[in-house]
Design a protein around this ligand. Structure first.
Ligand code: ATR
Length: 282
């Protein structure tokens, strides 16, 4: 049995995960005694690895690519936001030994946008690029903020239509394909495609952003992603990547596990400073 409260992030690959660092910084803020490990787990081993981890006394885990849908299936109970997202990024062992699945990605994004960057979502027009698992996780918490409209654009338009239809009861969600974009303008554009990871950019017309609008890439990298560069060249007020969301989703997980809300701004500032330092060195 584990002697101190133990948590882990499961993913494949996991080598570059910042989660152990982030949770250590959170724990240090309040003097919490806990351990947070990174475990490289391919999809086919996930159920066995999670079962062993919790059987040995593990208190909770984060699950990242490509395990979020498997974690959704694995959980004994789901929070409402995880049920809607059909993906779980946080597992928490309950007092009765059962495993609760939550999805803190969407609330992490909303907290970063609204609290850290002061972007008001109520009444604005939001465009989401891509219609994969990441989009499914962020649409419900975004709609909760009562934007005037959320448009999901995807190469495979049927996937965007399916997500818009699934969440129609929560607010104004529409789907379209990239050829429908010219002539439309948005206050906030969120890149939820996996294109950033390969340095690609979806086909975006030039005047897609309202004056004073902002862009947010759910992905993050040491250098500005292709979408963040597009945002800067289109004069966005904020050109943001997903580092803040990463810290905010971790804070929600920490709260679920420990009942304490860590301070996120000093952690985001530290990770950003380290990133700039490392870039300056190269
Ligand atoms: P995730 O779980 O991270 O959302 P995913 O489910 O594989 O990942 O979804 C990736 C999304 O990125 C999809 O919407 C995909 O578009 P298709 O559904 O049409 O395949 C989108 N995507 C990936 N590369 C892209 C590119 N170069 N241009 C535009 N969209 C892209």
């Amino acid at each position: 049995m584990m002697k101190i409260d133990t948590y882990a992030v499961f993913g494949y690959p996991i080598g570059h995960s910042k989660s152990p660092r982030i949770h250590k910084l959170f724990a240090d803020q309040s003097g919490e005694i806990m351990e947070y490990l990174a475990q490289e787990v391919p999809a086919e081993n996930f159920t066995a690895a999670a079962t062993q981890f919790f059987a040995e006394g593990g208190k909770g885990s984060n699950c990242t690519v490509p395990l979020k849908e498997l974690a959704w299936q694995y959980a004994d109970q789901l929070t409402e936001r995880a049920r809607l997202a059909k993906a779980v990024n946080t597992l928490a062992r309950q007092a009765d030994g059962s495993i609760l699945g939550d999805n803190t990605d969407g609330v992490g994004l909303v907290n970063d946008l609204t609290i850290n960057h002061g972007i008001r979502l109520k009444g604005i027009k939001i465009l989401i690029l891509g219609a994969g698992g990441a989009t499914r996780g962020i649409v419900p918490p975004l709609l909760e903020q009562q934007p005037s409209e959320v448009v999901i654009v995807n190469r495979t338009v049927g996937k965007a239509q399916a997500i818009a239809a699934d969440f129609a009861a929560l607010g104004a969600a529409q789907a379209c394909d990239y050829t429908n974009l010219p002539g439309q303008r948005f206050d906030l554009i969120i890149n939820a495609t996996s294109a950033s990871l390969s340095g690609d950019l979806p086909p975006l017309p030039k005047s897609l952003l309202h004056a004073g609008g902002s862009c947010y890439d759910l992905a993050y990298a040491n250098r500005p992603t292709a979408f963040v560069q597009w945002s800067m060249s289109n004069s966005a007020i904020h050109s943001l990547d997903g580092l803040g969301m990463l810290v905010e989703q971790a804070a929600e997980a920490f709260y679920l596990w420990r009942g304490l809300r860590p301070q996120t701004l000093p952690v985001i500032a530290l990770l950003n400073a380290e990133r700039e330092f490392n870039n300056a060195k190269q």
